[in-house]
Write a protein that binds this ligand. Structure first.
Ligand code: ATP
Length: 301
C-alpha cells in the first residue's frame, strides 16, 4: 500500500481554481516534495490530503484512509505541521506538547521529542520567546507527538537563516530515518534537491512533472555550463564540434560553453590541446529551477 495516493485532485475557491488536476503517489518511508512557486496550489493540496479542506473532485488516500470519511483514523496516522501554526503567546513549550499529546491514545514521550528537535533546554520557555527556528522545531515536535506514520510539513524553513535551515533539514532526515513518511511542501529548490527522494513540480494547480530531483533535471535537458576566461582566443567551431557541446557564447573576455555529459573534461582537454588555459573556470550544473523553467516557462522564485 502507498503511504499517500492523490488522484486528479481538484479544489476551487469561490473565485479561483487553486488545484486543477493534481495526482501523485508517495511510497512508505519516502521524503516526497511538492515544489512550486507561491500560489501554485501546494498548501491547498496538502490541506486536502490532511483532511483539513473539502475538495471538489478526485480522490485522496493516506495509509489507505479517505480523509473525508475516516477522519478519526486519519488523525492517528497523520501528523501535520502547517504554515500558520498559531499557539497562544504565553503557552510554554512543555504545555503545548503536553496538550497535543493528550489528543492521542498512544503519544510519543514529548520529553524525548524535545531533545530530538534540539529544544531540551527550552521546555519552560513561552512560545512568544522562541526564535523563528525554535518555533519551527516546536511545530515539527507537535506534528510528531502522535507517533504518525505520515507527516506533512509545509514551508518548514521559510524565514529561517541558513544555519537554522540546515539544522531543520537534518531534523527532517532523522524523522524519516525513524520510519515516518514525509510529505514536504516547499518553494526552495535547494531544499527539495537536498532532502527529497522524489518531487512533484506544481504550477498553477497542475503537476508539471514528477521524479527524482536529478531525474527531473536530466529530463529537462540536464544542461551544464562552463564559464572561463581563456588565455588566448578560443576556436568556437572546434568546441562546437565536440559531441558534449551544444552552445558556445563569448561575452567580452569570458566564454560560456553549454552542454551535457562529461562536458568539463571534453572542453578542458580540447583547450589544453590548443595550449589554452581556462582561467577562473566555473562549472554550473542545471538545477530544479532550470527544470521548472524548461517545463513551465516560469521560474520558481
Ligand atoms: N481560503 C482561500 N480562499 C480563496 N482563495 C484562496 C484561499 N487559499 C488560497 N487561495 C488561493 O489559491 C491559490 C493557491 O494557494 P495555495 O496557498 O494553495 O498556494 P501555495 O502554492 O501553497 O502558495 P504559497 O507558497 O504562497 O503558500 C492562490 O492563488 C491563493 O490566493
Amino acid at each position: 500500500m502507498k503511504a499517500i495516493e492523490v488522484r486528479n485532485l481538484r479544489k476551487r475557491y469561490p473565485n479561483h481554481l487553486a488545484v486543477d488536476d493534481v495526482s501523485f503517489e508517495v511510497a512508505e518511508g519516502e521524503i516526497f516534495g511538492i515544489l512550486g512557486p507561491n500560489g501554485a496550489g501546494k498548501t491547498t493540496t496538502v490541506e486536502c490530503v490532511a483532511g483539513l479542506r473539502p475538495f471538489d473532485g478526485g480522490s485522496v488516500r493516506v495509509a489507505g484512509l479517505d480523509p473525508r470519511e475516516d477522519r478519526d483514523a486519519l488523525r492517528r496516522v497523520l501528523g501535520v505541521q502547517l504554515q500558520s501554526a498559531a499557539l497562544p503567546e504565553k503557552i510554554k513549550v512543555w504545555e503545548a506538547l503536553d496538550l497535543y499529546a493528550s489528543f492521542y491514545p498512544d503519544p510519543a514521550d514529548w520529553r524525548e521529542l524535545l531533545d530530538q528537535v534540539g529544544l531540551g533546554g527550552k521546555r519552560d520557555t513561552a512560545f512568544k520567546q522562541l526564535s523563528g527556528g525554535q518555533r519551527q522545531r516546536l511545530s515539527v515536535a507537535l506534528a510528531l507527538v502522535g507517533r504518525p506514520r505520515v507527516a506533512v510539513l509545509d514551508e518548514l524553513t521559510t524565514g529561517l537563516d541558513p544555519q537554522a535551515r540546515r539544522d531543520t533539514w537534518e531534523l527532517v532526515e532523522r524523522v524519516r530515518d525513524s520510519g515516518v513518511t514525509i510529505l514536504l511542501v516547499t518553494h526552495f529548490m535547494e531544499e527539495a534537491e537536498r532532502l527529497c527522494d522524489r518531487v512533484a513540480l506544481i504550477d498553477a494547480g497542475k503537476v508539471a512533472a514528477t521524479g527524482t530531483p536529478s531525474g527531473l533535471v536530466a529530463q529537462a535537458g540536464g544542461a551544464q555550463r562552463l564559464r572561463f576566461r581563456p588565455t588566448a582566443p578560443v576556436d568556437e567551431a572546434a568546441l562546437l564540434a565536440l559531441p558534449e557541446v551544444t552552445e558556445v557564447t563569448v561575452h567580452g573576455d569570458q566564454v560560456v560553453v553549454t552542454g551535457a555529459g562529461n562536458l568539463a573534461h571534453a572542453v578542458t582537454l580540447a583547450l589544453a590541446g590548443a595550449g589554452i588555459v581556462p582561467g577562473d573556470l566555473r562549472v554550473e550544473q542545471a538545477t530544479l529551477d532550470d527544470a521548472f523553467l524548461t517545463l513551465t516557462g516560469r521560474t520558481l522564485s
